[in-house]
Design a protein. Structure first.
Ligand SMILES: Nc1ncnc2c1ncn2[C@@H]1O[C@H](COP(=O)(O)OP(=O)(O)OP(=O)(O)O)[C@@H](O)[C@H]1O
Ligand SMILES: [Mg+2]
Length: 261
């Protein structure tokens, strides 16, 4: 059985950092094979994981489409795209990474988009855990390049603008024709002396389950500034300790937990 987690939120709230920390925590936990999906065209998930990104899927999409945008023909083409996707996977120590690349071009690539989504779906079936880092906003979801998911983690900081953005993202997520099992909100960079009351109230008003907060962590900040990997962080750094709780929460709430116990 598989657990899929997609991360969304306002720009700069810490989506990529959390995706990378989650991948480290899932890997440690030994839940099985982990696929990291970088769905942000300005991607830096590979960097945060300390690996070289493979060829972006977006390039395969562009080449898989004809100039007129008409459907490429034949099952052979579909198989060729699947092979390309397999080759685009970067194999790292304890997880694999796939990069989505840039967004849709000016023409309609609907057929190839669908093919890509289905191929990503097929690829995902080979993994126990899939963690997808997204761009700010939810455009990727509107483009339907995203599949059903068990957890949508909407990241906020202790700021009202990021909570308003989360509200919009959660509302949009409800309009999409995809299944989202748990809509959650995660407060990242929480101060050690707790949240201000207006922030706590605004978060409580969101139509989402709250998962454990992740604190402001100076070691994480330093790694972010230098473009380093989360695998260089100390084992007990507070943000990683908190993200291990998120992993426990996700595993406990998912059918995976039921299936394994
Ligand atoms: N818990 C934390 N403690 C300290 N610094 C953090 C924490 N989480 C994230 N940061 C820092 O905040 C900055 C932004 O984080 P990150 O790039 O993960 O955000 P993002 O939401 O992915 O941004 P974008 O929308 O541009 O993709 C980085 O420098 C990162 O190191
Ligand atoms: Mg990011």
């Amino acid at each position: 059985m598989k657990l899929s987690v997609a991360i969304a939120g306002k720009g700069g709230t810490g989506k990529t950092t959390l995706a990378a920390l989650l991948i480290r925590a899932f890997r440690e936990k030994g839940t099985g094979t982990v696929l990291a999906v970088d769905a942000d065209p300005n991607s830096n998930l590979a960097e945060a994981l300390g690996v070289e990104p493979g060829r972006p899927l977006g390039e395969i999409r562009e080449q898989g489409s004809t100039p007129e945008g008409s459907p490429p023909s034949g099952i052979g083409r579909a198989r060729a795209i699947e092979n390309e996707i397999q080759r685009a996977v970067t194999e790292a120590d304890g997880f694999d990474l796939i990069t989505m690349g840039r967004g849709e071009g000016p023409r309609c690539y609907c057929y190839v988009n669908n093919l890509l989504r289905e191929s990503l779906d097929t690829l995902s079936r080979n993994y126990e855990v899939v963690v997808m880092d997204n761009e700010a906003g939810m455009e990727h979801l509107s483009r339907r390049t995203t599949n059903n998911m068990d957890f949508l983690i909407t990241v906020v900081n202790p700021t009202l603008p990021s909570i308003r953005a989360a509200k919009r993202i959660l509302a949009l997520s409800r309009q999409l024709p995809i299944r989202i099992e748990h809509r959650t909100v995660l407060v990242n960079r929480a101060a050690s002396d707790g949240l201000r009351e207006e922030i706590t109230r605004a978060i409580a008003e969101l139509d989402a389950e709250r998962v454990p907060d992740v604190p402001q962590d100076d070691a994480v900040e330093r790694v972010g500034v230098s473009g380093g990997s989360v695998f260089t962080l100390p084992d007990q750094t507070p943000a990683l300790v908190a993200v291990r709780n998120t992993v426990e929460t996700a595993l406990a709430a998912s059918s995976m937990a039921g299936g394994r116990e």
